[in-house]
Design a protein around this ligand. Structure first.
Ligand code: ZN
Length: 502
């Protein structure tokens, strides 16, 4: 066997082993989230720690280093699937190797400590307590960009981990467009916020009936329950451990009809993606989404653009009403549609509605870019947060817990992650626009038929998994690069109609 073939065999074997370990840790996490006894938490987290160590050793060693170098020199001679796998691993490898090991370990220790401190600080609503940790984290991240020899905006090095090819320059245009289109719209909607009542959504809805609707919706959109599992957890999530084992969860609140149902449909959109990846990628590291943003576009398309549409709800509301006859006896279709889509600017990102959501992301994006470029100081964040919330959403937090301390991401050193949520929402609208050129979406939805939509997404997005880059997926599916104007136009149309704006 020649050197290249040997290197490729070793590379594939190492990837297979690391996948097996990742599989085991995923199942431990699933178990912990869906009913494992709390008393076993310490033993579980010790096991996860040990397994993660094995996974690291599997990929980070001298043999792997040599093999990656050799294979990277011969990329053109590799088959498409191997080529993409090698590119991805090499990129992650270089990134890690350029940071001195002791420094990386200190950073890991810092972020695990700071996540605990953040929790306490949030509990006490006291930013001062978290401040020194965040300052230190930002310092490390800035130093990392020096090791990586980042040219251009340091932010690019972080967003690229989650959304390959995305840059601060592109995001400035992206958010600039959304700001221009949405801030005036939100102001108009806000003036009429009391014209829609959604209090009926907070009547008593027993869990077992909500669960029936969630399962019904998952079946309807085409999630294959025989190749997955559906349970309840504190925070809803989807976990694709294999194309044939894609699990998801929701969370039920008996005084809220909206939350569990929308979460189920949202996670169902993620799960469809994972289940419909091409078989040729099964078992490889490419059997996953192209990026976080592309993944999120699938969940939001189902949750917002399709499920909450007038066409689908006109079909589905009678079924919801059959399940909750007593609770909804005085609620007609128009009231239900309006209530479910109501928009009210709020302080908390995770509770934000479809219209205001991406402005919450914009606040975080601008702060992250400012911190990494040293144009903002950590100590000024509570004030900056208030100013930005006031100018974009017209609401101001009274304390740090419902302001700058609300998200866990920064305490874990995760910068560049937030924009993927907004990219997902925007891409959902762009995909819907492209889908409508080929499929009569309203006709399908008004008879509750998702099959043609699922087939279109399968052909345009799902089957490629991570074989294509996110930019390639967007271009292939919609014929153009990511363009936030579709999202702005979709929201303007929907909310102008809903609130009777001109
Ligand atoms: Zn999601």
């Amino acid at each position: 066997m020649d050197q290249k073939a040997e290197a490729l065999n070793r590379f594939r074997a190492a990837e297979e082993k690391s996948k097996a370990i990742a599989y085991a840790t995923s199942i431990l996490f699933w178990d912990a989230s869906t009913g494992a006894p709390k008393s076993g938490a310490e033993a579980r987290s010790r096991s996860i720690g040990t397994l993660s160590g094995f996974e690291y050793e599997m990929l980070v060693n001298d043999q792997m280093k040599q093999d990656l170098e050799l294979l990277s020199e011969q990329l053109d001679t590799l088959e498409e699937i191997d080529r993409r796998r090698v590119i991805n691993v090499k990129k992650a490898y270089d990134r890690l190797m350029k940071i001195p090991q002791d420094e990386y370990e200190r950073f890991s220790a810092l972020t695990s400590k700071s996540a605990t401190i953040w929790e306490e600080a949030k509990e006490a609503s006291d930013f001062e307590r978290f401040k020194p940790y965040l300052e230190e984290i930002v310092g490390y991240l800035q130093k990392f960009t020096e090791y990586w020899e980042v040219k251009g905006n340091p932010y690019d090095a972080f967003i690229d981990q989650y959304e390959e090819g995305m840059t601060a320059e592109k995001l400035d245009v992206f958010f600039g467009t959304l700001k221009e289109m949405l801030v005036p719209l939100i102001q108009k909607v806000n003036q009429k916020k009391d014209s829609i009542d959604d209090s009926f959504l907070r009547r008593h809805y027993p869990t077992q009936d909500q669960a029936k609707l969630s399962v019904d919706m998952l079946d309807r959109i085409g999630y294959d329950r025989a190749r997955g599992m559906f349970k309840e957890s504190v925070h809803p999530f989807t976990m694709g451990v294999d194309i044939d084992d894609v699990r998801l969860t929701t969370h039920y609140y008996e005084n809220d009809l909206r939350s569990a149902l929308l979460s189920s449909v949202h996670e169902g959109g993620h799960a469809l993606y994972e289940q419909n990846i091409d078989r040729s990628l099964q078992g490889t590291s490419l059997a996953t989404g192209a990026s976080l943003g592309i993944h999120e576009s699938q969940s939001r398309l189902f949750e917002n653009n399709l499920f909450k549409s007038r066409s689908f709800l006109s079909f589905y509301y009678p079924k919801v009403k059959e399940t909750f006859e007593a609770q909804l006896s005085d609620v007609d279709f128009e009231s239900f549609y309006a209530g479910l889509n109501r928009s009210v600017p709020s302080l908390i990102r995770t509770e934000a509605d479809e219209l205001t959501y991406c402005l919450h992301i914009m606040v975080r994006y601008e702060i992250e870019v400012g911190l990494l470029n040293s144009t903002l100081r950590v100590e000024d964040l509570p004030q900056i947060w208030k100013e930005k919330m006031a100018s974009y959403l017209g609401v101001v937090p009274e304390n740090d817990a419902e302001g700058v301390l609300q998200d866990v991401h920064w305490s874990e050193g995760m910068f560049g992650y937030f924009p993927t949520y907004a990219i997902g929402s925007a891409l959902a609208a762009q995909l819907e626009h492209a889908l409508r050129k080929e499929v009569d979406v309203d006709a399908c939805l008004s008879r509750g038929d998702f099959a043609p939509i699922k087939a279109w997404l399968g052909e345009k997005v799902h089957r490629f998994g991570a074989l294509k880059t996110p930019e390639e997926v967007v271009l292939y599916a919609t014929g153009e690069p990511l363009n936030p104007r579709y999202y702005g136009a979709y929201l303007t149309k929907k909310y102008s109609e809903l609130y009777g704006l001109d």
